[in-house]
Design a protein around this ligand. Sequence first.
Ligand code: COA
Length: 161
Amino acid sequence: MKIAIYPGTFDPITNGHLDIIERAAQLFDKVIVTVAVNSSKTPMFTTEERLQLVRAAVKEKKIGNVSAEAFSGLLVEFAQKKKAAVLIRGLRAVSDFEYEFQMALMNRKLAPKITTVFLMPHEKYTYLNSSIVREIARLNGNFRDFVPPSVYKTMKKKLTT
Ligand code: COA
């Protein structure tokens, strides 16, 4: 059974993340989307909200072999606990490379048996990230095309209450 972990902040999950999840789900028996609790970022959504949004998005897409869990601490330790041999990261553009390269090599140093696999989302998502979506939403712009329908609804509600 090949288990892969897809870690991130997911504040919130975007269509770009979902594209990576769909690709990973075709390659591995089980994919665990892991929502970082102790991220250095100050998220708009709580960990529980981010988890629920990931679960709703995966359900909408009817992807069966994907689950979502929160994690804190070292990513490789979480992966070992879950018996995952693979870490998935998305590469959108060359600008992602340096940070991802450093993280992949450090994770390999910490846990040599765990391999980082990079997947490329569809090119229509290369300019997307969660902060840009949050900014457009806060400024009342149209962000419907960038996030799953459940995320769109929840963000709209959050920003009007
Ligand atoms: N589509 C759209 N956006 C994408 C994307 C895709 N396919 N892939 C990445 N992004 C965006 C994210 O939305 C995020 O945008 P934001 O900065 O505007 O919020 C940005 O790219 C990168 O974020 P993300 O992929 O969520 O990763 P992260 O950098 O927030 O998370 C962790 C990094 C949590 C995986 C990492 O810090 C970690 O492993 N922490 C645990 C502690 C640890 O083990 N540290 C040692 C690591 S060597």
